[in-house]
Ligand binder design. Structure first.
Ligand code: BTN
Length: 323
């Protein structure tokens, strides 16, 4: 009922009367009034004017379950959502409860006290600056086939952000899955997998998008950006989250968590690492190469200075002109 009323108020050009709502949903006007009262308690600013009705003025700035679900178009992803004020890490929280939670469960928090990044790094963020969330997946594939999930998630977030911020800014991808804007990182993704007897028990994909940050610590300022630094457009975190989850379920259902021709092309088109000179480390030795292709398992294929080809699986890659 809450989701339905919000949906109507959002689509309305002005006021919607209590009578219209009660007739439309076949409930009493008192039931409509009670629902509106609950929505106000959740942070919706709804104006009520006698003889006119209700008008939605603004939606809450933090992720709100009702709001998120009013935009969500999935069968599974995001239907079970846990919203926390503060947590050590949404990935850790979800991993600890994974055995008792349904696939597609999402955990989001207004802040993390021990947010984790790739390669053992820390992911920091002040209260409400980030949209950070993790999703629990149980793909029916062997662990050796799971390599594409990480880059596919980068592509999914990049495309969802491009649609959301269309006309404001566009994102690309630094291999494997950093989402970047004008060569600076706006979103990081950490994928963690638990396996048993050559099968995947679960995968937790953790996504952190810099939304409201106005600046960054000097160590990372040269390579980090946020939505607020790229545009004045207000970000509705509930909608952005719903858009990403909707795209994620659609794409994973279509491709079975692996690259197909269409998604490989889309990934490569968005990948700012390809055709660039890159630097990576092999056994503490610095190697310079040209990034030439992406394998079906999501590895970066590089051509060394002597012409030989090599696959880079993970680890830090510095891309000329990016970071
Ligand atoms: C990286 O680029 O190094 C990956 C950063 C991933 C951050 C997200 S925020 C939500 C989830 N919880 C975590 O502890 N990490 C991920």
């Amino acid at each position: 009922m809450k989701e339905k009323i919000i949906h109507v108020l959002k689509g309305a050009d002005g006021y919607v009367s209590g009578q219209q709502l009660s007739q439309f949903f076949g409930v009493s006007r008192t039931a409509v009034w009670k629902t509106i009262k609950n929505l106000k308690a959740e942070g919706y600013n709804i104006e009520s004017v006698t003889n006119k009705g209700y008008r939605l003025v603004s939606s809450p700035e933090i992720v709100n379950e009702t709001e998120m679900k009013s935009y969500l178009r999935t069968k599974e992803f995001g239907h079970n959502i846990i919203i926390l004020n503060s947590v050590d890490s949404t990935n850790t929280y979800l991993k600890n409860l994974a055995d008792s939670l349904p696939s597609g469960t999402v955990v989001t928090a207004r802040m993390q006290t021990d947010g984790k990044g790739r390669l053992g790094r820390v992911w920091e963020g002040n209260m409400d600056d980030n949209l950070c969330f993790s999703i629990l997946l149980r793909p029916d594939i062997a662990p050796r086939e799971a390599g594409a999930i990480t880059p596919l998630c980068g592509m999914i977030v990049s495309r969802a952000m491009n649609e959301y911020f269309s006309g404001e800014f566009q994102t690309t991808i630094k291999w494997p899955n950093d989402v970047i804007v004008k060569n600076k990182k706006i979103c990081g993704i950490l994928t963690e997998m638990s396996c048993e007897d050559d099968r995947i028990k679960y995968i937790v994909v953790g996504i952190g998008i810099n939304v409201l940050n106005k600046s960054f610590p000097s160590e990372i300022a040269y390579k980090a950006t946020s939505c607020a630094m790229e545009t004045d457009k207000l970000v509705n975190k509930s909608k952005l989250l719903a858009d990403i989850l909707t795209k994620m379920e659609k794409i994973f259902n279509k491709c079975g968590y692996r690259f197909n021709n269409r998604y490989m092309k889309l990934y490569k088109d968005a990948c700012a690492t390809l055709d660039k000179t890159i630097t990576f480390y092999r056994d503490n030795e610095e190697i310079i190469a040209k990034a030439t292709d992406i394998s079906s398992d999501g590895e970066l294929i590089v051509t060394l200075e002597d012409g030989t080809e090599e696959k880079v699986f993970s680890g830090e890659v510095t891309v000329q002109g990016i970071y």
